[in-house]
Design a protein around this ligand. Sequence first.
Ligand code: GDP
Ligand code: MG
Length: 295
Amino acid sequence: MALSPRSGLVSLAGRPNVGKSTLLNRLVGAGLGIVSPKPQTTWAVVRGILTEPRGQAVFVDTPGLHRPLDTLGSLMVSAARRALDQSDLVFWLADCRAPAAETLAEAGRYLGKKVPALLLLNKVDLIAKPLLLPLIEASAASGLFREIVPVSALRGDNLDTLLDLAFRDLPPGEPLFPADQLSESPERDLMREFIREKVFLNTREEIPYASAVRIEFVKPEENRLLVGAVIFVEKESQKGILVGKGGEMIKRIGTQARLRIQGLVGMPVFLDLRVKVRKNWRTDSRSLSEFGYRV
Ligand code: GDP
Ligand code: MG
């Protein structure tokens, strides 16, 4: 039976630690293809691509969902929603041990009606099967999801079923990326995302949401890569926090981001990271697009 191929963007969403990276590694393998995002996915960072005869699933990250959801500012919530709305399918991951009410309330804040979503109840290897039933029932009753799929990303349980369902729900279409493009060198968008991730991990309260990153230059030298970047915040006080006592905070963020970029490019990286103030950048559409936000 010849089926027309299906292809599209699959957003990976869910709290930190639910198993998104583990799942991705399982699905697309360690040799993760990283490519620059297509223009219509300004928001998204492509994390991996699965190409099969039946189609292509392009897995994208959901910006704004890196932090515990209850601490998100409204800008990030709407950013995450918009990113989800721009994908063709959502994999909403949850730890199957988390309370159903919590999982469903969170998913309800982000999922619209436009894009089909599958609920992946991950880490089923950690609990007894009968304990899953109430969660599956409650999730089905919520009407948020097209399917509820218990999986173990770690052990690989039920991933075949997951992919069958995913390819069924992706729209018909040719692959978005040619197979030979999968090892294209990473771009500024990815570096920016890494720096932003480290700001998110190291700071609290309003700082993550007041921070935007602009990559100033990427210069290959003989045996290292020079990268210049600026983190913009909205106020002097935020700059003070981000720089930290004696520059301690910005050094830590810079080191972590540098290691991440190094892992990506496979050569030593020198990261020149600065902090500047741009008042009210979050409400200025020129600044927003300059910093990679779709406006
Ligand atoms: P992410 O933050 O959503 O990307 O989560 P990670 O993929 O980094 O996983 C967080 C932790 O959960 C890691 O220690 C994983 O090994 C573990 N983990 C992920 N999936 C499973 C699973 O199916 N079963 C078990 N037992 N552990 C898992
Ligand atoms: Mg992860």
